[in-house]
Design a protein around this ligand. Structure first.
Ligand code: ZN
Length: 112
């Protein structure tokens, strides 16, 4: 599963921060968006989210960058259709009615 980051990701990020009054603005994050804009990057599928992605930094594969959906142009080979997240313990797993980790029912939710 990959995501293609918007070509203008840095300005999209800055504009989004202006709208939200810079509450979470990070200059180093803006620089990251400049560096990664237009690139297609691998998603860390070990932890999936509904409206965001953990992506693997191509220049530093040990590092994960959290990316909101509004910075993404396209999702490629989206596996979220096949997965669910447990709202009790946070476990991602294949579609089921019982969480494979905490064994609770009624907490599983479609990610996509
Ligand atoms: Zn669970």
């Amino acid at each position: 599963m990959k995501v293609k980051i918007k070509e203008n990701a840095k300005s999209v990020y800055i504009n989004y921060m202006i709208i939200s009054c810079y509450s979470n603005y990070s200059d180093s994050y803006a620089k990251k968006m400049e560096r990664l804009s237009g690139k297609t990057l691998e998603v860390d599928i070990g932890c999936l989210f509904k409206n965001s992605f953990n992506i693997i930094d191509p220049e530093n594969p040990d590092k994960i960058i959290h990316l909101s959906e509004y910075l993404v142009k396209e999702v490629i080979d989206d596996i979220r259709y096949l997965k669910m997240k447990c709202n009790y313990c946070g476990m991602d797993q294949d579609k089921d009615i019982i969480c494979s980790r905490c064994k609770k029912t009624n907490f599983l939710e479609n990610i996509k």
